[in-house]
Design a protein around this ligand. Structure first.
Ligand code: AHR
Length: 508
């Protein structure tokens, strides 16, 4: 058996993890909203048509914030279409995903759903085909108490109390040619600045997210952020970035090393922020809002390498028949291996808690998601549900700086530790929570925990996600094919991490 030592000292905290680190994202895309969150007539649907079986699973995940309504969708979306009597709402051609949008579900339904689910909405405004005035009107509709046109319309539509939405995204992936109304960095800066001004005039208490670089293979990567953040620095509170991890022909080892890629990706955005702050002599700090992250293997298309994605439009990345209502697209089926990768990404998120304040798993239901529903039928947990659940449940507290002394290996992302880990001190319970990913394909690793100030604490619970078949998936008929298990805790300051496993260690 291989050996590793994890050293951590409570005198060196990295930072407090913000609860918003465990947020998620729901878009009008495929079956995420329609037949995902919302399916009137479903046996579990409540009086609003919200699927309670889905809501119960979301509550299990304890999701604090959910971003809505997109994604690429938002850049083609007119929010006015989704308010008022449902029978009067227009059916539209939805360009982002070549679908039909019925508009049965809009901002009022989302806010009602969010209240029932106990989550806080984060709303993206359309800065592609939408106007800055539309953005201001939406803030007025949602947040103004009453006595004005849009706020009174909200009241007329059934919501007397304002929604008081705090977090607002200034567009989505505006640097990408696939985005309806995409802009250069200079033009985005101008439009976002004017939108931000109006939105803050309507409600000065809101927090704004500037739309940063998404895909690092774009020629504008980071330059976009540098140019537009120079203009927007004083007006915004967060810089967004997106990061999707793809297997795309990589070996198991390289794919598992993706936690390093996410770590680099986050740190790159932070470097640009530091640069803009220093060059422009700014005082305030801006946090990162990683408002889309996940494993996404583009299973709707055949992909041999990441390069195959270059130049594809969103029309081409799905198998959608054109202009269907809620087509079953981007319905990834996650394997055990994908779940291990998500665990590693979770570790990187936590280890960047000093700069990342908001992170949204993209997405939550049916589309690139940990929860899958059958239309008119049941719901099940994908393999990736579990690592997300664990980081949400055990990742809250203070991340301590730590040093891993383990074997290393060469990967596409450079030299990596065989064991990746994050150490969290939960002040509320006094427990230490350790996440550990063993990437070794052949050997278990005995991990010794060297925690000087917590020498009295022993591993009292050990949850592990692992298995012989890395390709194993869950389905509606075999929902428990891949599930985590509890193994006998060592009762000492050590644990054996099975080969290719994601582990949660609770020390009391
Ligand atoms: O989450 C799916 C899509 O990925 C989103 O609509 C877009 O923002 C990103 O490219």
């Amino acid at each position: 058996m291989k050996k590793a030592v994890l050293f951590s000292d409570c005198h060196f905290p990295l930072g407090k993890v913000d609860d918003k680190m465990f947020s998620s994202f729901t878009e009008h895309l495929g079956r995420c909203i329609y037949t995902g969150l919302y399916e009137p007539g479903h046996p579990t649907a409540d009086e609003d048509g919200f699927r309670m079986d889905v809501m119960d699973l979301i509550k299990e995940l304890n999701v604090p914030v959910i971003r809505y309504p997109g994604g690429n969708f938002v850049s083609c979306y007119d929010w006015h279409d989704g308010i008022g009597p449902k029978e009067n709402r227009p059916k539209r051609m939805e360009y982002a995903w070549s679908s039909i949008e019925t508009n049965e579900f809009g901002i009022d339904e989302f806010c009602r759903w969010a209240k029932k689910a106990g989550v806080e909405p984060m709303i993206a405004v359309n800065l592609g085909t939408g106007s800055i005035k539309d953005a201001g009107d939406l803030v007025e509709y949602c947040n103004h108490p009453g006595g004005t046109y849009w706020s009174d319309l909200r009241i007329k539509n059934g919501s007397k109390e304002p929604y008081n939405i705090k977090y607002w995204c200034l567009g989505n992936e505006m640097e990408g040619a696939w985005q309806a109304g995409h802009l250069s960095a200079e033009d985005y800066a101008k439009k976002a600045l004017e939108a931000a001004k109006i939105m803050r005039w309507v409600d000065p208490s809101i927090k704004l997210v500037a739309c940063g670089s998404s895909y690092d293979n774009l020629p504008t990567y980071l330059e976009w952020d540098r140019i537009m953040m120079k203009e927007l620095y004083d007006q915004v509170d967060y810089l967004s970035t997106h990061n999707y991890t793809m297997r795309a022909g990589q070996s198991v080892k390289d794919y598992l090393s993706s936690y390093v890629q996410l770590d680099n990706h986050i740190k790159n955005s932070v470097k640009v922020l530091d640069y803009v702050k220093a060059v422009n002599r700014k005082k305030k700090d801006i946090k990162i809002c990683l408002d889309e992250w996940n494993v996404w293997n583009f299973q709707d298309i055949k992909l041999d390498s990441l390069g195959d994605l270059n130049g594809l439009t969103t029309f081409e990345i799905t198998s959608a028949d054109k202009w269907e209502i809620a087509p079953p697209i981007l319905q990834e089926k996650y394997s055990l291996l994908d779940a291990l990768v998500v665990g590693g990404l979770g570790i990187s998120l936590l280890n960047n808690c000093d700069t990342v304040e908001i992170a949204c798993l993209a997405q939550l239901v049916n589309v690139i998601a940990p929860i899958t529903t059958v239309k008119g039928g049941g719901v099940y947990k994908q393999t990736t549900f579990y690592p997300y659940e664990f980081i949400s449940r055990y990742g809250r507290g203070t991340v301590l700086k730590s040093v891993m002394d383990s074997d290393t290996y060469s990967s596409v992302y450079g030299e990596c530790n065989t064991v990746a880990s994050s150490v969290i001190y939960d002040e509320k319970t006094g427990e230490i929570h350790i996440f550990a990913l063993n990437t070794d394909e052949n050997d278990d690793v005995e991990l010794k925990l060297d925690l000087p100030q917590f020498a009295d604490k022993k591993v009292s619970k050990h949850i592990v996600l692992c298995g012989d078949d890395l390709d194993a998936i869950n389905t509606i008929d075999t929902p428990d094919n891949v599930t985590p298990k509890e193994i006998t805790p060592s009762g000492s300051a050590a644990a054996v991490l099975p080969k290719l496993s994601f582990n949660v260690l609770i020390l009391k």
